[in-house]
Design a protein around this ligand. Structure first.
Ligand SMILES: [Zn+2]
Length: 247
């Protein structure tokens, strides 16, 4: 009898291990999704925001379906209390190609003044990501209404909006990755919110790769200046220095 019980216990343990490892494998996120090297418009996990009730400032923005549903609930909730305060999605998924366009434009504008690649990169990085390292690649992150701290700090409507976002968005699964008080990384961004249930898997995966085999990611980054800056340490700082509530 003891032997049978032991056999059953062993079998259960093996089955549990097998199920856990299958689950862990299912959770892993393909590298091209981490670095935005895909077309969100052709991906069935994504939805066009202009096909929903969410106000947007331009057509053709996409987001993963689950964060979109949650954002719609938050938006409806907000509008019940503040029908006259703008709640508009001004940025959602930006793939590598799109982010590379932003990087290149800023690089070209700063080059005559700053000249030194490391200095140019550090200046751009105050508010914009290196292509391949943006949370906007993931389809989990959005910018709301304005990308100016001034608006959220000094405008009456901006102040109300920001207070509401901080108090209420976590109920819908969102966290604020670039909050005040971090040591390093991007400047605070009151407008940038992230859907944690999915984004925390992305950052965990990104972190694991940076800790074990960073070259896997580095070799995919080929934007202007990548070979003239301290690439790996900048990637680590800017991807990982986020609000602990977003991990
Ligand atoms: Zn953003």
């Amino acid at each position: 009898m003891k032997k049978i019980i032991k056999t059953i216990a062993n079998f259960t343990q093996t089955l549990t291990l097998l199920l856990c490892s299958t689950f862990a494998m299912a959770q892993s996120i393909p590298l091209n999704k981490l670095t935005g090297q895909f077309d969100e418009k052709k991906d069935s996990d994504f939805i066009a925001l202009d096909s929903t009730i969410l106000p947007v400032n331009k057509k053709g923005m996409y987001l993963q379906k689950e964060p979109t549903q949650q954002l719609i609930k938050a938006y409806n909730d907000f509008k019940k209390s503040y029908p006259d305060i703008p709640f508009i999605v001004v940025s959602a998924t930006r793939n590598y190609t799109y982010q590379n366009g932003i990087w290149q434009r800023k690089w070209d504008a700063l080059l005559p003044k700053l000249k030194v690649p490391q200095k140019i990169a550090e200046e751009i990085l105050k508010l914009s990501s290196m292509p391949g390292t943006s949370r906007h690649h993931w389809g989990t992150d959005i910018d709301i209404t304005s990308v100016s701290s001034e608006y959220f700090k000094n405008d009456k409507k901006g102040i109300i909006l920001y207070q509401w976002l901080r108090e209420n968005l976590p109920k819908y699964g969102f966290c604020q990755p670039f909050n005040e008080g971090r040591k390093g990384g991007y400047l605070p961004e009151e407008w940038h919110w992230s859907y944690k249930p999915i984004a925390k898997q992305y950052i965990a995966e990104y972190k694991a790769i940076l800790e074990t085999n960073p070259q896997t990611i580095m070799k995919n980054l080929n934007f202007t200046g990548y070979d003239k800056i301290t690439l790996e340490s900048l990637v680590k700082e800017y991807v990982l220095t986020v609000n602990s509530e977003c991990y």
